[in-house]
Design a binder for this molecule. Structure first.
Ligand SMILES: C[S@@+](CC[C@H](N)C(=O)[O-])C[C@H]1O[C@@H](n2cnc3c(N)ncnc32)[C@H](O)[C@@H]1O
Length: 176
């Protein structure tokens, strides 16, 4: 069994953290509008999407994950979002689709974190490329709940135009 399935079957972390995420995001991006296009990458059971939906009902929410039973639950948990079964890479969306991409608890699957024991499912360079491709200029990427981004990962994101914003809140702005 995928360890994440067991963990997320019993804990509804994503929904609880949506409120904290929104508080920080609004503070750092006060100009963010009320009709953002938002992707939660590797959305799992959709709890974070549901938390966003409840608080920001005018946002257009999207999610995908590789695991079909999880996606079924995600669709039940957040029926307002457009949620797809899809294994990354690439992202199943056209270039410049989103104002905001969130990704919670996904770094265990990155090739930059080989020691944690999870199966590697993506190459971080490709990940940064796809995040940048999916975001509009001026859009944001937030790995809100995850291990801190390393200097190497931050450099790779910067190479793709995603620049870390000052402060403790994990937020990258697409500048080009
Ligand atoms: C620890 S869970 C986090 C789920 C969700 N982000 C949350 O916070 O509730 C990691 C998720 O990443 C998904 N995942 C891992 N590699 C993937 C890939 N290459 N493509 C799509 N989904 C992937 C797994 O199926 C799992 O649901």
């Amino acid at each position: 069994m995928d360890p994440s399935t067991a963990f997320y079957g019993t804990l509804n972390i994503g929904e609880r953290i949506a409120e904290d995420f929104l508080a920080g995001f609004r503070q750092l991006v006060p100009e963010a509008g009320n009709s953002l296009d938002v992707l939660d990458l590797f959305c799992g059971k959709g709890f974070f999407l549901r938390g966003l939906q409840q608080r920001m009902p005018s946002w257009n929410l999207y999610g995908f994950d590789q695991n079909p039973p999880i996606i079924e639950e995600a669709r039940n948990n957040c029926p307002e979002a457009i949620i797809e079964t899809h294994r990354f890479p690439p992202m199943p969306y056209p270039t410049s689709s989103f104002d905001l991409i969130t990704a919670n608890m996904v770094m265990d699957y990155s090739d930059t974190r080989p020691s944690v024991g999870f199966p590697t499912s993506f190459d971080f360079v490709n990940y940064a490329h796809e995040l940048s491709r999916g975001l509009r200029k001026g859009g944001h990427f937030s790995p809100f709940i995850d291990v801190p981004v390393t200097d190497l990962e931050s450099e790779i994101l910067r190479d793709f135009g995603l620049v870390a914003q000052p402060g403790n809140f994990p937020l990258f702005r697409k500048i080009k």
